[in-house]
Design a binder for this molecule. Structure first.
Ligand SMILES: Cc1cc2nc3c(=O)[nH]c(=O)nc-3n(C[C@H](O)[C@H](O)[C@H](O)COP(=O)(O)OP(=O)(O)OC[C@H]3O[C@@H](n4cnc5c(N)ncnc54)[C@H](O)[C@@H]3O)c2cc1C
Length: 573
């Protein structure tokens, strides 16, 4: 069953989505009027095939028309679509965030009215947080929600940068909007969440009149041209409260967390796509001779894959794609386990898993989008000048993935979330649990690993895990004296956590591959390649933790002492 689902999605990604990726970039979206935006040629038809195939409902409950399969299957199939055509996937992808939010926090009435059509893909969804005056800082949300009786609210305010906020793929769009009720407390404690459809929906489910969600404009962007990025002016739009008043931000985190894992997949998928192209090119392109002697005597030069520096670039991309995939799949598995715990009424286990995912989410989002950008950049470098021109499509991958480190909370915000909210505020509990799990899984490999390399790498992961704990204590002590220390250390800390988390996964993959190879199972060369990729990771990428560990503890003065007016002596600045 799983094989069949994956094979079918692979075909869909290859035959329907991948051919649209270039046109998505060159044609982009077109603003028609305040209620109409056209998506690139072919997007609508591909979406129809996707919904006809029942893909949107793959892992949603059967009571809402889904197929009730594990959500990890949605992650694996989603990765194929993401690699083939990220911007197309954003339409059903954001919709999943909206479905999860209504499922988790919506009233029975809202669920009955909206979920079935969202699960079968008849309608899509969006997340509307950002306003002109604030994106990272949601304290600044000023959109207003005024009760008008009968459980309805009038929504007024402007949201900007709303992905897939208007398009021609479905008859209705369900916006999840953060807004403030009258007399709500200031700050994030006064934010509520509302469901605001583009078109009002009658009790019998019929789609009716427009609801004042007017598109002011769509943005011209560096990349991701296939997804519309909209200014939406909500003008007396009718909205319905999702969950509890003033708890909107916490409810919205269901959406935000879904999207953050989705965006980490964007980084990993970009690394994979760019790597596939670069690998092909490195075998074809001839330039100079190998330093260790000619490898291709019948040709005027050797293929560039013989050169150590080109191999460094390719292997870095490969590590980011394969290590990132393992990190994301772990989260997908945790999501399944959490659902299972919820289904059997085991709230305690569900809460623990939720906390574990809470710790991993900023690591994945921050680290895999930053390294995804690095991988896409290397993919251009492997092509030399031919990577810089549009024809070879490597530059599109970099332009498309660059936003990954910005939306759904910038890398700076992920780093603060990790160190501040997930570690310090929770008194290190989720981190300690995570480290305990690493010790438990890795300790047996220190002595009993299947090869000398596995044992050596296991020692390295153990040392890094101890160091992670030590660094955290040290930061806590320093931060007690000066809170700015958290901000100055957080980015290095996030990278450190990312590299160690990836090392943990490479070690497990290396051990599994070594065992399979020794047992003579499967394709020996495939397992050898896994072992060699892991060797590269431990030799060349994990040592980056040295620089992060060191720069984390440099004196705060070198980052904070310079006065704003001394950053430049050009008085215009
Ligand atoms: C193409 C695109 C699509 C988007 N899609 C959506 C969408 O669908 N829905 C939606 O609601 N939003 C969306 N956004 C908005 C996006 O999430 C925000 O742009 C992002 O969260 C950053 O907010 P900002 O642009 O206001 O930057 P700011 O918040 O102004 O941040 C500017 C810089 O300051 C840094 N910074 C801010 N505060 C701190 C701090 N306390 N400590 C350290 N550094 C800090 C940031 O890291 C950043 O580098 C989209 C944006 C784009 C460009």
């Amino acid at each position: 069953m799983v094989d069949m689902v994956m094979t079918e999605m692979a075909k869909f990604a290859e035959n329907e989505l991948s051919p649209l990726n270039e046109v998505a970039d060159s044609e982009g979206c077109t603003y028609v009027n305040e209620y109409e935006v056209r998506t690139p040629k072919g997007f609508k038809e591909a979406y129809e095939k996707y919904t006809e195939g029942g893909w949107q409902g793959l892992h949603y409950p059967e009571e809402y028309g889904g197929q009730g399969l594990p959500s990890s299957l949605g992650t694996v199939t989603g990765e194929m679509a993401a690699t083939a055509n990220w911007t197309w996937l954003m339409y059903p992808g954001l919709s999943k965030g909206a479905i999860n939010t209504v499922l988790s926090h919506g009233s029975d009435e809202l669920k009955a009215k909206y979920l079935e059509k969202m699960v079968d893909g008849t309608w899509t969804g969006t997340m509307c947080l950002t306003e002109p005056q604030g994106g990272s800082d949601l304290n600044l949300v000023s959109t207003k929600a005024e009760p008008i009786g009968d459980g309805k609210y009038k929504i007024n305010g402007t949201k900007i940068f709303i992905s897939c906020g208007e398009h021609d793929m479905t008859e209705n769009i369900i916006h999840c909007v953060l807004a403030r009720l009258p007399d709500a407390p200031a700050g994030t404690r006064g934010i509520s969440l509302f469901l605001v459809p583009k078109r009002k929906v009658a009790d019998d489910g019929a789609v009716g009149e427009l609801n004042g969600a007017k598109i002011g404009r769509i943005e011209e962007k560096m990349g991701c041209h296939g997804s519309s990025t909209c200014v939406i002016d909500f003008t007396d739009s009718e909205g319905y409260l999702i969950g509890t008043a003033n708890k909107g931000l916490s409810h919205m985190f269901t959406f935000i967390n879904t999207s953050r894992i989705g965006v980490s997949m964007q980084g990993m998928a970009a690394a994979e796509a760019s790597y596939q192209n670069a690998l092909w090119y490195a075998k074809e392109r001839l330039a100079m001779r190998s330093l260790s002697g000619t490898k291709n005597p019948e040709k005027p030069a050797d293929p560039i894959i013989v050169h150590p520096d080109v191999r460094r670039m390719l292997l870095t991309q490969k590590c980011i794609a394969e290590g990132g995939r393992a990190m994301i799949y772990e989260c997908a598995l945790l999501a399944d386990l959490m659902k299972e715990a919820e289904a059997r009424g085991d709230k305690e286990t569900a809460k623990l898993i939720d906390d574990d995912m809470g710790l991993l989410t900023p690591i994945l989002k921050g680290f895999l989008t930053e390294t995804g950008v690095e991988a896409a950049n290397l993919g251009i470098q492997v092509y030399g000048g031919h990577g810089y021109v549009k024809e070879n499509k490597q530059e599109q991958i970099l332009r498309d993935v660059r936003i990954g480190a910005i939306w759904e909370g910038t890398s700076g915000i992920q780093a603060l979330d990790l160190l501040g909210r997930k570690i310090m505020q929770q008194k290190m509990k989720p981190l300690n649990r995570r480290l305990k799990q690493i010790y438990k899984e890795i300790l047996p490999l220190v002595i009993g690993g299947s090869s000398a390399a596995v044992r050596k790498h296991a020692r390295s992961v153990m040392q890094h895990a101890f160091e992670w704990q030590y660094l955290t204590f040290k930061i806590a002590a320093k931060a007690a004296r000066d809170k700015d220390f958290v901000g100055s250390a957080s980015m290095d800390y996030m990278f450190f956590a990312g590299y160690v988390t990836m090392a943990f996964h490479f070690l497990k993959m290396e051990e599994a591959a070594t065992k399979q190879r020794k047992a003579g199972n499967g394709d020996a060369d495939f397992y050898l390649s896994k072992i060699q990729t892991s060797a590269f990771y431990f030799d060349h990428l994990l040592p980056r933790t040295r620089s992060h560990a060191e720069s984390m503890f440099t004196p705060l003065s070198s980052i904070m002492d310079m006065k704003p007016e001394h950053f430049s002596f050009d008085h215009a600045l």
